[in-house]
Design a protein. Sequence first.
Length: 382
Amino acid sequence: MSILAKIPFSSLASMPLSPDASITDFRHLASYNWIDSITPTIAVPGSPDKWSPPSGPTRLKKDTGYFYTAQNAARHPDSPLEPLFRALLLTHPSFDLRSIDIVTDRNNLRKLLSFVDPGSAKYGAEDFTIQVEVIGETVVFCRRDAEVMQYIAPNEFRGYGHEFEKAYTTSQVKDSTGHHRIVEYRFGGLKFLVRYEVDGYVSPTGKSDAAPKSWPGSKLKVTLVGKPVPPEQCLEIKTRVAHKPLQMQDVMPQLWVSQTTKLVRACHSRGVFQPPLVEDVTDAMKRWETDHTDKLRKLAAVIAEIAAVAKRSGGPVLVKYSVAGNQLVLSSNDAGKMLPNDLYGKWKLVTEKEEVSPAKTQSMGSDGKGTKTVRKGAASRR
């Protein structure tokens, strides 16, 4: 593994910045739920849990047991990003992946934002690693976590968040263990495809069922279950002790990255929750974006630099940040491919119906089939 580039925090002030620091052209594309099964199984489009709060004050027990911190990697370690593409291409079979500049989980963007703006994270920046692979002209970011699950022992206290969701929402998909969304938008002059998890929704939706689907060479099974839920109905849930309520600036980076406009801030006193409200944070999100223009321009510049280094490297890249060094270190990476082989074909330069001109032939590989060189990368939290 050789070092390709370093991006020290001190260099951000002199980086060329994009004039574009806002998210535009936001569009929800697809969604899925993970299903509790021995075989990796997702339901498309699935559905978030329905917001269905009990009336009056409610006492909850504290969280205990095992919980996912990176469910895609935990349930499908062979290719944590595969469900994103399966759900997307089942929902939009003709979607042109070549139109996308960056594919990533929300978590990666939050980590990179915490690098350029440590104040955006509640506890400041923390060490992290992101794996990067170039497919055609698209740069794919895959989160890599040391642990994909956490265990909360009975004698520990980590709050009431999981128990609150169980008590205040109702599952709409049988055996669901989490709902994930795929959206696209423009930011910093680049087109993004972003995956993230939501906690619930605030309007009813129906259900549908169909036969499962599978692909040769893939262990992932897909069932067609659920009905699409518009993004404006999705919500994020946060729980806090009453004497330390959640401040909007502490959650806004997460909401902004996924453009989630509904928020529940539930407060408790010794485990007793008062009836919470669903807040519309659309205006607050716009103000936050305007107030953080400088930081967001730096975020866009860092993402563009990582993409440029990855494209120049001719191979997959590992992005590592350490608090001690306070810099991003980009190194070559020799891990395996991120995706099943059939998905790489979705980045073909020329379809079978297109006529191959001499100019196009010269731009292809020696086999003349019109596929760009596929770089090898690796697959590995919300």
